[in-house]
Write a protein that binds this ligand. Structure first.
Ligand code: BGP
Length: 466
């Protein structure tokens, strides 16, 4: 069996990670600007200079038969303050990008929020503040109205759980708070409410096209086959996966989900009591979404853990330094026989298969799934214009194999996007964690196809893995 004829093979990007020009052309500030400057290690400039290089990147898509691209709109390029006055230069920029996509036969799949809430709203509490929900809904509506002739595929949010955990539990995203589980829960809930409001605006506005949301879904397995580890894996799954999947497909939270979430909130001095009026909005939207975007890179093996919270983020690629231990939940373990990347991400394609089949079973109302991100962070070497990234080809190939199996086993998966199309800026890791099919020389901004670009073209042409 090959991939179906209409299967979409794409490449993914995100505004802050590729555009550059973070404080020019009328763009408003985002929390990242100051957060990164204060650390002094990393910067979102120049990134991959997509602001100027997009014709080059889209031309590469055309040449390598990549017919779809994930792009995100930077909210603060359109509304510099999050609400109110519009920056026409930003609005026009995305028109030019979308037109260039179509000129090259590349379909844009557009995300409205990819980790970059405008700073004014972020400072006022980001998605812990309901005003941000309203501001987001107005911004989404503006985009549907403005771009509906050029964009047919929309995603409301990129990765609700990672935003919440990185902002409030791991502290690697601004505002850099650690171990505040109640805040993480509330911000996820309000992001899902904002998602629902955008879906309703889209469907009730009668715009052509389709809409969904992207979640990062990492399968959680018990480290050992015992009662304690099973419970630990279950708890982490509910917090990271089931909470947002319930919100997406049911528009409410099941009793099982609520019980665990409330326990975790209480253990950390908080509570979670969603407003029934908000749940009614989420329920309506749940029946209307067209697809789920699933980002998948790794899985976790969880051992039960009752010690103090202890997280260390490996942001430099020094293998074996990562630690993730959450009080009353569990500890993420390395597992013999399972390879990791230099940033300690477990390479376990079976996790992607298991997650897809779990969605099919647990949420039979799902209509379609796109794998919206999958790829491998790797320290690429550039030698005489040649970039041998065989491990990345191998990683992608293994994941495409299990994806094919999931389709053969009845899952409705419509497409796959490699993260990332070209090398981009990695939020808490910088520029040496490369993912691209195309190597970017960040000094000259020149692009060079890696081995993986040729590999991917072969897959696209054959509609099959190697
Ligand atoms: C996803 C994000 C992307 C991208 C990717 C790789 O969570 O949606 O924006 O960054 O992960 O992550 P990282 O760059 O941290 O390695």
């Amino acid at each position: 069996m090959k991939f179906p004829n209409d299967f979409v093979f794409g490449g993914a990007t995100a505004a802050y990670q590729c555009e550059g020009e973070t404080r020019t052309h009328g763009k408003g500030k985002v929390a990242w600007d100051d957060f990164l400057a204060a650390q002094g290690r990393l910067s979102g400039d120049p990134a991959s200079d997509f602001y100027h290089q997009y014709p080059v990147d889209l031309d590469l898509c055309r040449k390598f038969h990549i017919k779809a691209i994930r792009i995100s709109i930077a909210w603060s390029r359109i509304f510099p303050e999050g609400t109110g006055s519009i920056n026409q230069e930003g609005v026009d920029f995305y028109h030019r990008v979308f037109q260039e996509c179509h000129k090259n036969g590349v379909e844009p799949y557009v995300t409205l929020h990819h980790f970059d809430t405008p700073d004014t709203l972020h400072k006022a509490g980001d998605f812990l503040n309901k005003d941000t929900v309203e501001a987001y809904a107005a911004y989404a509506k503006f985009c549907f109205e403005e771009y509906h002739q050029e964009v047919k595929y929309w995603f409301t949010f990129n990765e609700v759980w990672p935003v919440a955990t990185n902002q409030y539990i791991e502290g690697t995203f601004p505002p850099g708070i650690k171990y505040d589980i109640p805040k993480a829960i509330l911000s996820m809930h309000y992001m899902m409410l904002a998602h629902a409001k955008a879906v309703l605006a889209f469907k009730e506005g009668g715009y052509p096209g389709q809409i969904g949301v992207i979640h990062s879904l990492e399968t959680k397995y018990p480290y050992e086959d015992n009662e304690e580890d099973r419970l630990a894996a279950k708890k982490e799954d509910i917090l990271a996966n089931q909470f947002v999947l319930d919100a997406t497909f049911l528009g409410t939270y099941t009793d099982e989900t609520l019980a665990v979430i409330r326990d975790l909130a209480a253990l950390n001095g908080g509570d979670f009591n969603p407003d029934p009026a908000d749940l009614a909005i989420m329920k309506k939207a749940a029946s209307m979404i067209d697809y789920l975007g699933m980002n998948h890179y790794q899985s976790h093996f969880i051992k039960s853990y009752d010690g103090e919270n202890d997280i260390f983020h490996n942001g430099t690629g020094e293998k074996g330094t990562n630690r993730f231990r959450l009080k009353g939940i569990g500890e993420r373990m390395f597992k013999e026989g399972i390879e990791t990347t230099d940033w300690d991400w477990l390479i376990y394609p079976q996790g992607m298969y298991d997650m897809i089949m779990r969605i099919k079973k647990q949420y039979p109302m799902y209509k379609a799934i796109y794998i919206t991100e999958n790829g491998m962070g790797y320290k690429d070497t550039f030698e005489d214009g040649f970039i041998d990234d065989t491990p990345r080809c191998d990683y992608i190939n293994k994941h495409l194999k299990v994806l094919k199996q999931a389709i053969a086993d009845g899952a409705h998966v419509k497409g796959y996007f490699v993260w990332s199309l070209m090398d981009v800026f990695s939020w808490s890791n910088g520029y040496n964690k490369r993912y691209g099919l195309f190597y970017v020389d960040f000094e000259t901004q020149k692009r060079y196809p890696k081995c993986s670009a040729y590999y991917y073209k072969m897959v696209i042409d054959r509609k099959d893995v190697i």
